[in-house]
Ligand binder design. Structure first.
Ligand SMILES: [Zn+2]
Length: 596
């Protein structure tokens, strides 16, 4: 049966996008998004009509909230909490109390999703509020968090509408204050983060039509993110540089599980990205030369963050107890700022070899031996390898989350970039934000872009010099030879293959990767320098820019000016960074081929 509201909304949508089932916020958003992609002009008109419809209904309908709508559901609550009351008083162990509280809270939260009346419908439609708010107001909060995010071991079994006991008010006090602070900070923190991202990515422009690469990243044909990209390698009867449309994707799916597509991450331009590696935009067109895709991506990544911080505020989230600190804005920051106190950090092997021994450590946790090297796994994590298993540098030895800078260090820039992209994409998906993966690829390209030269027998670089990836790539490509893939183990790649960047030392793992793509020979560098890969926290990354004036757009201005003067550094007013051009002013935006 169709409701009146559904009919009114359906009238504004094209035939095939009309809803037959419940039309909540998520469903409506999905349909409008599809409509906007298909026909931006018509969709804009429809959205405007929808807005007017909303205003009209809100004014004329005269809907209000009756007492029935806010009648608490104590019967449901008591069914769940009554048996708990006695049991709870007998437990002394705070950990056990916390566990029990979270279990019961999950149950009550589920029950509150079925809350009666207009309040329940408001939440179910996705327009306002969350089940947890209904639960607190009309059933019971059950549990509250302390300042560290741990559960206070006290059962709060009265609802806000009937009033809390003094002890309960005391137990929920900290959470209430934290939420108050969080809603005030909800806008400032994403704002700060947005600036950091812009400072990192602001020099990524579209600078050429086609860099000519035949390299790209491996993606599943089931991944919706392949749409609007170009094929990097021929697949399913389609040639190199075929645009993937929904139609070609369906055809590709029939014969291929994975394909290699072009990506901003593997574009071979020295600076900026080419039109074909970026692919088509949301309007089905290539970006014009000079388009600052860096700032666009930074904005796209930042836009959902306010929502992240607000949704984290809605109190105790049962899911977050199993993976603390890895969701929402906190998770995003952890991945990009790589703090010393990285939560739930997995133990990684730093060497090649077989797991020879796993023993309990005297201080708790485990010691895992790879060959003769020992690695410590703290008590809150479990070993994830078995004796005799072969591990490579950078492989996880325990559960938990591999720290991205360690992945970069052991597996190279390319593997690190891919890891960061997948993890960030996952963090957004978890929050219901379906972002174009290319935004994260642009971020990974700019964030993971430095190589440290430890020693260069050819004297092209100073020991300890930090160089841009493009500088390294250029230098490596000067002296190369082709070797059979089988014989490449231990050699240094002279150019990028799949996500593996130039400068990466070939491992059996990489050989397997490339073999699957039918790659038989690889170009390796004959005189590579000895180098190491690092990931800088995103807050300090812009300070590595060799352009002193570009650095002034970020932090530590005095240090940048002094360093610039000491080393007689130069700034490019027709480069890719907007700040030097803007500071000089006179020739802003007149650089050649889309440069500033
Ligand atoms: Zn390119």
């Amino acid at each position: 049966m169709q409701t009146l509201g559904q009919t009114l909304v359906n009238d504004l949508l094209p035939d095939d996008l009309r809803a037959t089932g419940p039309l909540d916020k998520k469903e409506l958003h999905k349909r409008l998004y599809e409509y906007a992609k298909r026909d931006p002009a018509k969709a804009a008109v429809a959205m405007d009509k929808l807005r007017k419809l909303g205003h009209e209904i809100a004014t004329t309908e005269g809907a209000s909230i009756s007492l029935d709508d806010i009648t608490p559901e104590y019967a449901t609550r008591n069914d769940i909490l009554k048996p708990l009351l006695k049991k709870f008083q007998k437990i002394d162990d705070p950990l056990e109390r916390q566990k029990l509280l979270l279990e019961q809270q999950t149950k009550l939260q589920k029950a509150s999703a079925d809350f009666h009346g207009s309040q329940g419908e408001l939440v179910r439609s996705g327009s306002r509020g969350a089940p947890s708010q209904l639960m607190r107001s009309y059933m019971a909060p059950v549990a509250a968090r302390d300042s560290q995010g741990n559960v206070v071991p006290w059962l709060v079994h009265h609802s806000y509408s009937e009033g809390l006991r003094p002890s309960e008010a005391f137990a929920t006090n900290i959470e209430t204050r934290l939420n108050l602070i969080a809603s005030n900070l909800a806008v400032t923190e994403p704002g700060d983060f947005s600036k950091i991202l812009v400072n990192n990515m602001g020099d990524q422009l579209i600078l050429s039509e086609d860099c000519g690469t035949h390299n790209g990243i491996l993606m599943s044909t089931d991944d919706p993110n392949i749409i609007d990209r170009y094929l990097a390698r021929p697949a399913g009867g389609f040639s190199h540089n075929t645009l993937i449309t929904p139609h070609t994707a369906t055809k590709l799916r029939k014969s291929e599980k994975t394909i290699v597509v072009r990506s901003p991450m593997t574009c071979e331009l020295n600076d900026g990205v080419c039109q074909h590696c970026y692919g088509q935009n949301e309007r089905g067109k290539l970006h014009k030369l000079g388009t600052n895709i860096g700032i666009r991506s930074a904005q796209a990544i930042t836009e959902p963050l306010t929502q992240f911080t607000l949704s984290a505020k809605h109190g105790v989230r049962t899911g977050s107890t199993t993976k603390p600190g890895v969701t929402g804005l906190k998770g995003l920051r952890q991945f990009l700022e790589i703090p010393e106190t990285f939560m739930n950090k997995a133990a990684l092997s730093s060497t090649d070899g077989k797991v020879s021994k796993i023993e309990k450590a005297p201080q708790g946790g485990h010691n895992i031996f790879v060959g003769t090297n020992s690695f410590y796994v703290p008590p809150h994590l479990q070993p994830s390898v078995h004796i005799g298993q072969t591990v490579r540098p950078g492989d996880a030895l325990s559960n938990g989350i591999p720290m991205p800078n360690e992945v970069v260090q052991y597996k190279g820039l390319g593997a690190g970039r891919k890891y960061v992209v997948d993890k960030l994409y996952g963090i957004y998906q978890d929050q219901g934000a379906d972002l174009d993966k290319r935004h994260f690829e642009v971020l990974a390209r700019t964030h993971l872009n430095q190589v440290q030269i430890d020693n260069d027998p050819e004297k092209r670089f100073y020991p300890g010099e930090i160089v841009n990836y493009s500088t390294l790539q250029k230098s490596l490509s000067e002296d190369t030879k082709d070797v059979a893939l089988r014989a490449a183990n231990g050699q240094v790649l002279a150019r990028g293959y799949l996500q593996h960047t130039a400068g990466t030392i070939v491992t059996p793992e990489i050989i397997d990767d490339l073999k699957q793509q039918g790659i038989k020979t690889v170009e390796v560098a004959t005189k590579p320098p000895v180098m190491s890969f690092h990931m800088q926290p995103i807050t300090s990354n812009p300070l590595l820019n060799p352009d002193w004036m570009a650095r002034l757009g970020h932090r530590k201005l005095k240090a940048s000016i002094l360093e610039g003067a000491h080393f007689a550094q130069k700034a490019d007013i027709h480069g890719t960074h907007p700040v030097p051009a803007f500071a000089y002013g006179k020739e802003f935006g007149t650089g050649p081929k889309g440069r500033y």
